[in-house]
Design a protein around this ligand. Structure first.
Ligand SMILES: [Fe+2]
Length: 241
């Protein structure tokens, strides 16, 4: 599949625990292009207490990376975003522009602690929705309180949340139980986005082609296109999914 949009990755160099250098970031971009990715939303970690100056650092990193992408002639477009570690402060930080939505949309990639209580996750997502944001739950398969708890997944969807799962969860790199859960969700078309959550070139590389082929084969080309292309594009255009 070509034209994939990867909505979750840590490709910006030197700003979080993702790419450590411009070279590593550009090599990750080259690999992403080989994998069929043409658009990336760069989502460096944002957590409570981060300085506003962080945005300047992230923008500088993006500019350097874009220059390198042009030098290498890669067909890849990068949008700005954040993976926001939820706290009650998140809404204020979003309003102040300290934390970023996906592109210029109202969609917010939202992360919780793996051991977060279900009530905390639900309240956090409600809070974002009530304030006019569209939360996309980052790697929903990772939270103990909702993974393998189908009724809670339905509840989060009913609330108006969107769900993202990682390639690694689907392909079995996060264990068998998670793989089964991810596949159950895909089978019921409960997932809106599949992304790489890439951090480097080794264990958490921006690989997606195999996963896309697997989804096409198992769940059909139409759903695969929605997951990898249509939904991310609608998100960036700030349309409803
Ligand atoms: Fe991430």
């Amino acid at each position: 599949m070509e034209g994939i949009v990867d909505i979750h990755n840590h490709i910006l160099p030197g700003v979080d625990d993702g790419a450590r250098s411009i070279k590593e970031a550009a090599d990750m971009c080259a690999l992403a292009v080989e994998e069929g990715i043409r658009t990336i939303v760069a989502t460096p970690h944002y957590h409570l207490g981060m300085q506003a100056a962080g945005n300047e650092r992230r923008d500088n990193a993006l500019q350097l990376l874009e220059e390198e992408i042009e030098i290498r002639g890669l067909k890849l477009q990068i949008y700005r975003g954040n993976e926001i570690y939820y706290s009650v402060q998140a809404v204020e930080d979003l309003r102040a522009g300290k934390a970023r939505t996906m592109g210029s949309s109202q969609y917010v990639l939202t992360e919780f602690s793996p051991g977060a209580e279900y009530s905390y996750i639900r309240q956090g997502l409600s809070n974002l929705i009530q304030n006019g944001y569209f939360p996309v739950v980052a790697h929903v398969e990772r939270y103990k309180a909702v993974a393998c708890e189908k009724s809670r997944i339905y509840e989060l969807l009913e609330l108006g949340s969107y769900l993202q799962i990682n390639v690694s969860g689907i392909m079995g790199m996060s264990g068998r139980k998670i793989k089964v859960f991810c596949n159950e969700m895909l089978g019921e078309e409960l997932v809106h986005f599949v992304a790489t959550d890439a951090h480097d070139l080794k264990n958490r590389a921006p690989r997606i082609r195999k996963c896309a082929d697997y989804i096409i084969k198992k769940y059909g080309a139409a759903y695969a296109k929605r997951l990898f292309i249509d939904n991310p594009q609608k998100m960036l255009w700030d349309e409803y999914l």
